[in-house]
Ligand binder design. Structure first.
Ligand code: F6P
Length: 321
């Protein structure tokens, strides 16, 4: 049966480049003579019947804008069978033949339920700053978030070195140390704490004290939010070294801003691929790019723990400090 109409939504934490992905889905759908419906506020909006047809012009001038014009939400109701059944009712009511789901692990979880349990064709497009989705080297938004955080760390370094202080900088990543590692290495930080790796606080404080004796007085320690709070880490450092510390929590700044070229282009490629798969009658898959080649994996695989280059990055960082 030819697909006539698809729905597109963004769900979970917003990520720069989501708009470029929406634009790509809508325009690719039109290219294949498929109508695209925008679903607002993720699965919550689906349940609440917040939908609108999107045409070529309704996605004009959004490729370079951060956030998501469709808005996004986290939707605990969608985890329940009642919530899903209500969503399926709306999908049928609007004659939607398939869904392009832009988001991270939670969004993909929704796609697994809809495709496997309710037989609704779903294709996942990886949109999250955490870069913790399998089946793609990078997720849409990750590159922008890293560069945003790096820019902030460069500025922090100016004051760190001028006043010879220890700074603890907290970056996003509840379960993922991706941003922390990238900015720690790229920003020349002295140490980094991530959720995936055990950390020896006593060893670090010993290094700080030793460094201090040698005349090294400026330190930047990056902490991923999943590995601890900057305030607690800073207190532990002060307790163990008797040295003064300052903290910065970068927070949601990392989710905003214009997407980098890398994120816009990844989003543009993956939106097209997702629509091509839906038009081809496929379901339960996630699109990505690995080593410059478009890849398609099962949604179930996409949400498994991603192998990262944590150790390589950490070792390089420690060699260079
Ligand atoms: O998943 C993206 C992310 O930014 C995580 O890095 C972070 O832990 C979380 O979302 C924060 O979520 P919220 O905006 O709902 O507080």
């Amino acid at each position: 049966m030819a697909i006539k109409r698809i729905g597109v939504l963004t769900s979970g934490g917003d990520a720069p480049g989501m708009n470029a992905a929406i634009r790509s889905v809508v325009r690719s759908a039109n290219y294949f003579n498929i109508e695209a419906m925008g679903i607002f506020r993720g699965f919550a909006g689906l349940i609440n019947e917040e939908l609108k047809v999107l045409d070529h012009h309704s996605v004009s001038n959004i490729i370079g804008r951060g956030g998501t014009i469709l808005k996004t939400a986290r939707c605990p109701e969608f985890l329940t069978s009642d919530g899903q059944s209500r969503a399926v009712e709306i999908i049928k009511k609007y004659n939607i033949d398939g869904l392009a789901l832009i988001g991270g692990n939670g969004t993909y979880g929704g796609g697994i339920a809809l495709s496997k349990k309710w037989n609704i064709p779903c294709i996942g497009i990886p949109g999250t700053i955490d870069n913790d989705i399998n089946g793609t080297d990078s997720t849409i938004g990750a590159d922008t978030a890293v560069n945003t955080a790096l820019d902030a760390i460069d500025k922090i370094r100016d004051t760190v070195t001028s006043m010879e202080r220890i700074f603890v900088v907290e970056v996003m990543g509840r379960d993922s140390g991706f941003i922390a590692l990238q900015v720690a290495l790229g920003g020349g930080a002295e140490d980094v704490l991530i959720p995936e790796r055990k950390f020896d606080m006593v060893r670090m404080c010993h290094d700080i004290v030793e460094g201090n004796i040698r005349g090294k007085v400026s330190w930047i320690v990056i902490v991923a939010e999943g590995a601890g709070h900057a305030t607690d880490i800073a207190k532990q450092i002060t307790d163990l070294t008797s040295l003064e510390t300052r903290i910065v929590v970068l927070g949601h700044i990392q989710r905003g801003g214009a997407p980098t070229a890398k994120d816009r282009n990844l989003a543009s490629i993956l939106g097209t691929e997702a629509v091509r798969l839906l038009a081809d009658g496929q379901s339960g898959k996630a699109v990505g790019v690995i080593s410059d080649k478009v890849t398609v994996v099962d949604l179930e695989f996409a949400v498994t723990k991603k192998e990262t280059q944590n150790e390589i990055i950490y070792q390089a960082l420690k060699t260079l400090t």
